[in-house]
Design a protein around this ligand. Structure first.
Ligand code: CA
Length: 411
């Protein structure tokens, strides 16, 4: 059982800077994904990690650890608000935080935002945190499926983060069992948004060393284009009390000295503009936007409804067109069959039929146009056989002249 712990962060292939931060200590492990404002994402995640990391120590009870960890997130929130007060140009910065403390055979988790914590046990990966996202709300209320959420254009909209918006944000806390052999994965959405859970589980199973597993996860994200910063913290549980004996590691923006320089060229697109021009979200540097009010949330839900209605209208218009074309084709086909005639037999008498002999299932495409006085029995054997097999006519005139010839043959 040599898995131990690891932390790795990568700026990805598109972003100009790394706004993620990660911490792997002895008892405490944290991932934070910063966002927003003008240049504050990297500051936000680094400040949060630094505000939380000093709580890395052994705990006597899960209650104590739970209390300390959730309090640490609230203190980080306070620190972000104070920093924004001193540096107003950072207004709107925020960060997700997912933190984990191991206490013997339990882990204590505190979580806000859309970074994730997974438990990998015996090859099975289970997400234990819940995303505080707009799309997760839509999933919870049964409006969309998890599959639709994964590709929803508003999937990056966060409902809760640490930042300068809410002085008392709601933090999720969890206490879960753990056992030797478990592997805990903390990651930013730069991993979970682009690498499927099956693949993550497979890569964790393939590597007996946490550092190698972390590298494999980052590489997999890069293989998928890594449009976002990607951060991975891994914790292997063995039968010792602590999870790591090595030095604590900081990665991402928390590993560099804090700078408060604002790069005005990366000024975020303002929210109303985003709502009016959804395409702009794809070019915006910041993918996360925290809704500032219930009104904004209502606007998002209304926008989502409009989008679904538009899609439904497009579908029904398309379907109506297709049905229209099919009906038109069917009518044209039927009209063509009714321009055809043939000569055959009805009740032992020769008759002219309108239409074609072939039918479509139970639908017959011909009917008796006119019966004649010629009895089949009056015809010479060869003519009789021919009529029994039916004789096609190109037109009504053609059919009438065939009947005339049969009349002469019958005499
Ligand atoms: Ca991210």
């Amino acid at each position: 059982m040599t898995f131990r712990t690891a932390a790795l962060s990568h700026v990805g292939k598109i972003r100009a800077n790394n706004q993620d931060s990660g911490y792997a200590g002895t008892h405490l492990f944290v991932v934070a994904d910063g966002m927003g404002g003008h240049a504050g994402g990297d500051v936000a995640s680094a400040l949060a990690i630094q505000a939380i990391a000093h709580n890395d120590r052994p705990y006597d009870s899960v209650d104590e650890a739970e209390q300390v960890l959730s309090q640490a997130l609230l203190e980080a929130n306070q620190e972000l608000a104070e920093t924004v007060f001193e540096h107003p140009e950072l207004t709107g910065m925020g960060t997700t935080v997912s933190g984990l403390i191991r206490v013997g055979d339990k882990v204590v988790i505190a979580h806000i935002g859309d970074s994730r914590i997974y438990r990998w046990r015996a090859g099975e990966l289970e997400q234990v945190t819940k995303d505080h996202t707009f799309v997760q709300r839509l999933v919870d209320s049964g409006r969309i499926t998890p599959e639709e959420a994964a590709v929803h254009p508003r999937r990056s909209v966060l409902m809760r983060v640490l930042g300068d918006v809410d002085i008392n944000p709601e933090i999720d806390t969890l206490v879960l069992d753990t056992e030797p052999g478990d592997r805990w994965l903390l990651c930013s959405d730069g991993l979970s948004g682009y690498v499927g859970e099956e693949k993550i589980a497979e890569l964790l199973a393939e590597h007996d060393d946490a550092a190698a597993a972390a590298q494999a996860l980052i590489d997999e994200s890069l293989d998928h284009g890594a449009p976002d910063n990607v951060t991975v913290v891994l914790v292997g549980v063995d039968d010792t009390d602590s999870s790591s004996t090595s030095q604590p590691v900081m990665v991402g923006s928390a590993s560099a000295p804090l700078t408060f320089e604002v790069d005005t060229s990366r000024r975020g697109v303002r929210l109303p503009a985003l709502l009016l021009h959804p395409l702009m979200t794809s070019v915006a540097e910041d993918e996360h936007f925290e809704p500032e009010s219930e009104e904004f949330l209502r606007e998002l839900i209304a926008e989502d409804r409009r989008r679904r209605i538009r899609r439904r209208i497009t579908w029904s218009v398309g379907l109506t067109l297709i049905i229209g074309l099919l009906v038109t084709a069917a009518i044209a086909g039927y009209n063509w069959t009714q321009s055809r005639y043939y000569v055959g037999v009805v009740d032992g008498q020769v008759a002219i039929f309108q239409g074609v002999q072939q039918g479509i299932g139970p639908i017959r495409l011909s009917s008796v146009y006119r019966e004649t006085d010629i009895a089949l029995d009056d015809l010479p054997p060869f003519s009789r056989q021919t009529v029994e097999a039916t004789i096609n006519a190109d037109s009504l005139e053609d059919a009438l002249s065939i009947v005339e010839r049969l009349e002469r043959a019958a005499d």
